[in-house]
Design a protein around this ligand. Structure first.
Ligand code: GRG
Length: 302
């Protein structure tokens, strides 16, 4: 049983939630039959044993808020990390950001080769949808299960992450204003974060006003995540980040600090964070977990 209303309670559960998602991912990667060894190795390399697991933490916290204790949250959390890992593997490819360091290790195409990295990303994405569709707990609520699958597909599809990625690529070398940056990042980064929060909520019956408020929280906190990411790119060192810092500037990408200045970017993140928390306060239930993750997102140093 989850304790209600204790501000420190979520922080004491963070490591166990991270362990849960790691175990689930390990089981999914290593128990899927008939996977060629080289592909399984590249998939495992890309998704296991690294990352902050922010999206799973958002899902576990959203489940706490909505009073959902279903074991299916493990599957939702794992599906999010599978698609997140796929996006990182493809984002690092020579045709995209051409990065050689990720999570403190060589990127997947550097460790293996480009073709293997492309296929590992494709396979991780497909596996995310397979585990959601096969989950027995989710299958007990088939309408909710369909909405969960659709939310993830929408978030990472042409009007979501992939759409944002192409806008981002096409904007290289151009100076963007804040509105253009926001349009890119609400799709490219924000929608997967939105899905992490909204997918568990589909298993609960939220009143329409509560759902709208949770939506508003989810949208704004995704943008806070990106602004913090942009700030870390210019303020933090490569070793702490585990990926190359200042790589946006070297590719002529507009970022929040380049558009607004570092202080302006911080002020915008603070403003969005306040709006997000005000929206969250309108959702009944225990929001300690989402507040903890929102705070982590605003203040993270890696
Ligand atoms: C189909 C070719 C093809 C591409 C798919 C690659 C892609 C579309 C979109 C890229 C989306 C992307 C990688 C956005 C960046 C989001 C971001 C800042 C990720 C870093 O997330 P963290 O800090 O990473 O949560 P960890 O390592 O902690 O998991």
């Amino acid at each position: 049983m989850i304790a209600r209303g204790n501000p420190d309670a979520f922080s004491s559960r963070v490591e166990s939630y991270r362990r849960r998602v790691e175990e689930k991912l390990d089981a999914v990667i290593n128990s899927t039959p008939d996977v060629p060894l080289s592909l399984r190795e590249a998939m495992a390399y890309s998704v296991l044993g690294g990352g902050k697991r922010i999206r799973p933490l958002l899902s576990f916290a959203a489940a706490e808020l909505c009073g959902v204790e279903s074991a299916a949250i493990d599957t939702i959390a794992a599906s999010l990390e599978l698609v997140h890992a796929y996006s990182l593997v493809h984002d690092d490819l020579p045709a995209m950001d051409n990065d050689d360091l990720r999570r403190g290790k060589p990127t997947t195409h550097r460790k293996f080769n480009e073709a293997t990295a492309i296929l590992a990303g494709d396979a991780l994405q497909a596996l995310a949808f397979e585990i959601l569709c096969r989950d027995e707990q989710l299958a007990q609520q088939p309408a909710a299960q369909a909405r969960i699958v659709a939310a993830l597909a929408h978030a990472i599809g042409p009007a979501g992450m992939v759409g944002g990625q192409i806008l981002d690529i096409e904007a290289e070398g151009r100076e963007l204003d804040e509105a253009a940056l926001e349009a890119i990042h609400r799709s490219k980064t924000g929608q997967l974060i939105w899905a992490a929060i909204m997918m568990p909520s589909e298993l609960a019956s939220l009143a329409p006003e509560a759902r709208n408020s949770l939506n508003a929280f989810a949208r704004d906190i995704g943008l806070v995540f990106q602004i913090r990411d942009d700030l870390l790119e210019v303020e933090q060192d490569t070793q702490t980040l585990g990926k190359n810092s200042a790589s946006d500037a070297s590719r002529g990408k507009s970022t929040y600090p380049s558009a607004l200045g570092a202080d302006g970017a911080r002020a915008r993140a603070d403003e969005l964070y306040s709006n997000a928390l005000a929206a969250l306060d309108r959702v009944p239930g225990n929001s300690d977990g989402l507040k903890w993750v929102a705070d982590f997102i605003l203040k993270r140093v890696y």
